[in-house]
Design a protein around this ligand. Structure first.
Ligand SMILES: *Cc1c(COP(=O)(O)O)cnc(C)c1O
Length: 232
């Protein structure tokens, strides 16, 4: 069957199989890798379909696009991860509506999220986004900046610092894929030696999830392999 003829439920099953196979192949514990369904540009109906098929966590990049879906997809409410660039005028809505921000790369934004997180909610889970290939056009902190920012994040009581996220340069060369993921894993292990409670390494997308799992990913962020091509 061509991917375009498959339902979201079928594609999700296929992605779960890929994750399971990679866990086995690379000696990872079964169930140690979580699938985040990246639903940017996808209509609410598609998210519902994924939710009915058992998907429990969704990632969105654009606040305005995400809010109607967050309001529309309840019972049960899934877990919402913000994974796009965070503008300072959007922090309040993000702090009020999301469970995670994986794309943090500035202290100023962290301070705003901390101040604006509503008191009734648990701390906002946070990953630092690392610009692993030092690409000029990509957001994220450089690997050298991680320790200082990590220490500052520890001071913010309404944020729960969980680990690192990266989007390496796209390549179909699996050796190159693993190199970038391996580098992120090393930065993560250093961080963990300082903060043993770090539990999240978010890396790997539709085309490179196997390489990411081989190198220790705990969350893979999957868009097109679940929902098909983006809509805009
Ligand atoms: C869009 C996006 C993804 C998903 O990419 P696919 O190649 O469609 O799986 C993952 N992470 C981030 C940060 C994204 O913006």
């Amino acid at each position: 069957m061509k991917p375009s003829e498959m339902t979201i439920e079928q594609r999700l099953a296929q992605v779960r199989q890929r994750v399971n196979d990679a866990e086995q192949k690379y000696g990872r514990k079964t169930g140690s890798v979580q699938i985040l369904a990246v639903s940017k540009t996808q209509p609410l109906a598609s998210l519902r379909e994924a939710q009915l098929a058992g998907q429990k966590a969704f990632g969105e990049n654009y606040l305005q696009d995400a809010l109607p879906k967050i309001l529309g997809l309840t019972q049960p409410r899934p877990e919402w991860h913000f994974i796009g660039p965070v503008q300072s005028n959007k922090t309040r809505d993000i702090a009020e509506n999301f469970d995670w921000v994986q794309s943090l790369d500035r202290l100023k934004i962290a301070q705003r999220l901390d101040q604006q997180r509503p008191p009734g909610l648990p701390p906002l889970s946070i990953c630092l986004q690392v610009n692993i290939d030092n690409e000029a056009e990509k957001s994220g902190v450089s690997p050298e900046q991680v320790p200082a920012l990590a220490e500052q994040l520890q001071q913010l009581p309404n944020l729960h610092f969980r680990g690192l996220m990266a989007i390496p340069r796209a390549t179909s060369d699996t050796v190159q894929q693993r190199k970038a993921f391996h580098l992120l894993k090393e930065i993560f292990e250093q961080l963990k030696s300082e903060y043993p409670k770090m539990d999240t390494l978010s890396m790997g997308m539709s085309n490179d999830l196997e390489a990411a799992i081989a190198e220790g990913a705990t969350i893979v962020r999957i868009g097109t392999a679940i929902f098909g091509p983006r809509r805009k």
